[in-house]
Design a protein around this ligand. Structure first.
Ligand code: ATP
Length: 307
């Protein structure tokens, strides 16, 4: 029995370590070391430092991108679009269309099969992963929290941030009032062994972290779970604040967060089927207009439930 116990115990230790370390998309990436298939080229350039913490937001470009996780199944079938410096593009479409895959390619979890993904004209395959990831902030679908105070969980965005900086970020992320209403305020323990936060609250913690990190490029992978109307609005406001002056790609599941995007890309089965701003797409009366009508019905139903 002892022979079994030791490996099982060891597995338990690994599991616990994994659970604790998986903090967000970026942490998870380092941990699982998916970089086995994606490595720095010997001549990889360093993205200019101003992209990591400066004032200039870069242009993002997907140029005829073809990609599949397995060679026999193509997920992206020739995707081309660009996001102008400081602009916000939202990607919408049915589940499985390939929306989140775009963000994984931008962060270079994987390399494209053909075509290219570039930041300010630099192909992401030609820059160091460290400088790429310093320049991009990711607000993932589901943020895993440390078993620690909510203050620590926000400050993790920039180790060494002062209490004032943490509070400012929390205000901008629309989570400050929620925190101060807790009995222990910023010292409240959260995570598995502390206060459990809802999906919307966790996403706002992630937005506060990103405000502290202050990257020039932002990826928001919206949570799929349905949120109440009030939370949805708070997240939209937080997102508008955090994306100001940054080049932003929103992978959207709810249309409330895309209405004021500079451009909306509608994807279906790995292709772009429509693009334009909210008004133009409604007028076009196509796929987006149909999605909007369907979600409007759903919103009306949820509002009915509220009152
Ligand atoms: P959703 O709205 O449900 O989040 P999505 O449009 O973001 O969907 P993606 O996550 O980009 O869709 O996935 C596109 C396709 O790629 C799906 O069919 C999915 O099953 C497949 N896929 C995603 N990740 C992997 C992976 N790691 N390995 C293999 N296939 C994957």
């Amino acid at each position: 029995l002892m022979q079994l116990y030791v490996p099982l115990n060891f597995l338990g230790f690994i599991y616990a370590t994994l659970r604790q370390s998986v903090v967000d998309l970026e942490g998870m990436f380092e941990l699982l070391d998916e970089s086995q298939e994606v490595t720095d080229r010997p001549d990889a350039a360093v993205l200019p430092a101003h992209l990591a913490a400066g004032v200039d937001a870069p242009e993002l470009r997907f140029d005829d991108v073809v990609f599949g996780y397995q060679p026999e199944r193509t997920i992206l079938k020739g995707i081309s679009f660009s996001v102008a410096p400081g602009h916000r593009t939202a990607v919408v479409g049915p589940t499985g269309a390939g929306k989140s895959t775009l963000s994984r390619l931008l962060f270079r979890f994987y390399d494209v099969e053909s075509g290219s993904v570039s930041i300010d004209g630099l192909d992401v395959r030609c820059v160091t992963q460290a400088s790429l990831r310093a320049a991009i902030g990711v607000v993932p679908q589901d943020t895993v929290l440390f078993n620690d105070t909510i203050r620590y969980n926000i400050a993790y965005g920039r180790i060494g941030a002062s209490a004032e900086e943490v509070e400012r970020a929390a205000r901008l992320a629309q989570i400050h009032d929620f925190i101060t209403a807790l009995p222990d305020g910023y010292d409240t323990m959260v995570g598995e062994r502390g206060l459990k936060l809802s999906g919307g609250e966790k996403q706002r913690v992630a937005i506060a972290r990103t405000i502290l990190k202050n990257p020039r490029v932002l990826i928001l992978d919206e949570a799929t779970s349905a949120l109440d109307i009030h939370t949805e609005q708070e997240i939209s406001t937080a997102l508008r604040t955090v994306s100001a002056g940054r080049t932003t790609l929103v992978i959207a599941h709810r249309l409330a967060t895309v209405v004021d995007a500079d451009e909306i890309i509608v994807m279906q089965d790995g292709r772009i089927v429509e693009r334009g701003n909210h008004r133009a797409l409604l007028e076009a009366g196509g796929v987006y207009a149909a999605m909007w009508a369907a979600q409007a019905d759903e919103r009306a139903h949820r509002e009915d439930l509220l009152f």
